[in-house]
Ligand binder design. Structure first.
Ligand code: GLU
Length: 288
């Protein structure tokens, strides 16, 4: 089976250093394996979207030498596929409507368990929809962090896959599209490590294949906090890509030559010297 990786940014801000690391890391893994690298714009959360961010991210990637093998997939154009997956889950009685408020769940760690809503059904607004999760351990072998296990009933409970406003959750859209794009390896930041068990459970419910997962160390600021795109921390400048590209490669422990090189040569050098086994094995480290 051909390796197929992807980079799947959310348009909540311009490309920043943390996303560049995820983009470069997933690109290197895909190219190293002789595989394809695809793009997906995760633009299904209008309240969090920043105008112009999707276009700016897509315009920035080629400046860093990161060319995809196909046109990007836009999640905003995939609602019919999410509707279809949702209807399948509903027909199989995997989901239930939920009208609970934060207060209703306060006594249960803010979580839902056992597949039912504790509030009364309301006529004045639509419900959120939650996926029932069983009391089983989901396990997977992370390509970098090794064996992982999570009991979803304990960690998140029955989780929302469609919000009150009708928007589908990141978890559902991500799973449907990883299957649609034929992704065999998901390489992303370790801030998403705790989404993986939920995604694997959804794949099982929908009869979709489970790709391999590799979670890269998270880029932290000097105080040890995650760089957040919405904070606009460390934006990268596509007009001067070399400093950030060199720094992203160094962050991923890829040898960076001392001599000045242009972007294509630097990436070619990185690819020749890239060894996934040498990626830093930690959940996060700071940028110098
Ligand atoms: N859209 C997500 C983000 O930008 C990443 C999704 C993924 O790689 O699975 O944080």
């Amino acid at each position: 089976m051909t390796y197929r990786g992807r980079f799947a940014p959310s348009p909540t801000g311009h490309l920043h250093f943390g996303s560049l690391v995820a983009a470069v890391g997933s690109w290197l893994c895909a190219r190293h394996a002789g595989g394809q690298w695809l793009l997906r714009m995760e633009d299904i959360d209008p309240p969090r979207e920043v105008a112009g961010a999707a276009a700016s991210i897509l315009a920035a990637l080629p400046a860093f030498g990161l060319d995809a093998d196909a046109a990007p997939l836009f999640q905003s154009q995939r609602i019919a596929a999410y509707d279809e997956a949702f209807e399948r889950l509903r027909a199989a009685d995997r989901v239930f409507p939920c009208w609970c408020s934060r207060n209703d769940l306060a006594g249960a760690d803010g979580m839902h368990r056992d597949g039912h809503c504790v509030a009364r059904a309301r006529q004045d607004r639509p419900p959120a929809w939650r996926l029932r999760v069983p009391d089983i351990e989901v396990t997977f072998d992370d390509g970098l962090l090794g064996p992982q296990r999570e009991n979803l009933r304990e960690s998140v409970g029955d989780f929302v896959i469609r919000r009150i406003e009708g928007f589908y959750s990141y978890q559902l859209a991500c799973v449907v599209d990883d299957a649609f794009q034929g992704i065999t390896e998901v390489v992303r930041g370790s801030d998403l490590l705790d989404s993986t068990a939920r995604q694997i459970w959804l794949q099982r419910c929908l009869g979709m294949p489970t790709p391999g997962y590799l979670h890269l160390p998270l880029v932290l600021d000097a105080e040890g906090y995650k760089l957040s795109k919405s904070d606009q921390a460390h934006p990268v400048d596509p007009a001067a890509p070399l400093p950030a590209l060199r720094q992203a490669l160094a962050f991923l422990s890829v040898p960076v030559p001392a001599v000045r090189m242009n972007v294509p040569d630097l990436l070619a050098h990185a690819l020749t010297n890239f060894d996934p086994a040498l990626l830093p094995q930690c959940s996060g480290h700071s940028v110098a």
